[in-house]
Design a protein around this ligand. Structure first.
Ligand SMILES: [Zn+2]
Length: 174
């Protein structure tokens, strides 16, 4: 794939994701977060690496990790985006410490997960996709008990009642 094909492909992918997450965030009344979601993907460091490792069927971060054993784009991304739990990991004394994530970022993360599941699963996507991905993944090992419950409540509601009702529930969830 030549440079311009990768450039166009990557720009299209991240912009499509951004617009879909923005719509979902707006339904949950997260207006500012909807607008700023994943904006760092357009920074020079993340964008250039995204284009360099673009393949079209998976995240360029996976390819960058495969190549270099490390993704500089991802380290930059998770350091600038509070809806990723990796942002909140710190150290207390000698131990790693899991900070409490404010609820509004858990809500943004739910929107992100629903949209990402849809894009990856295409015709196989169901209301249970984001819930299953979360439950089968390792994400829940690194967030607090309170955040786990919030994430579970919202994703399982979408699984049981669908997206439309789900976003309404998330808007009002305290
Ligand atoms: Zn992100």
């Amino acid at each position: 794939m030549n440079y311009y094909t990768r450039l166009k492909g990557h720009f299209y992918t991240i912009t499509k994701h951004k617009i879909l997450v923005m719509n979902a965030c707006f339904k949950c009344h997260l207006f500012k977060q909807g607008i700023f979601h994943d904006l760092s993907k357009y920074s020079l460091i993340e964008f250039n690496l995204g284009v360099k490792y673009y393949e079209g069927f998976r995240s360029p971060i996976d390819k960058e990790k495969e190549h270099n054993n490390i993704s500089i784009a991802w380290l930059h991304h998770k350091g600038h985006n509070k809806h990723h739990w990796e942002y909140w990991i710190d150290r207390k004394g000698k131990e790693l410490y899991v900070n409490q994530i404010p609820l509004k970022y858990i809500k943004e993360s739910v929107c992100d997960r629903v949209v990402a599941s849809k894009i990856y699963q295409k015709q196989n996507y169901t209301d249970a996709s984001a819930f299953n991905f979360y439950m089968n993944g390792s994400d829940q090992h690194h967030i607090s008990e309170v955040n786990k419950k919030q994430m579970y409540d919202m994703l399982s509601y979408i699984k049981d009642y669908g997206e439309k009702q789900g976003f309404k529930m998330i808007k009002d969830y305290q």
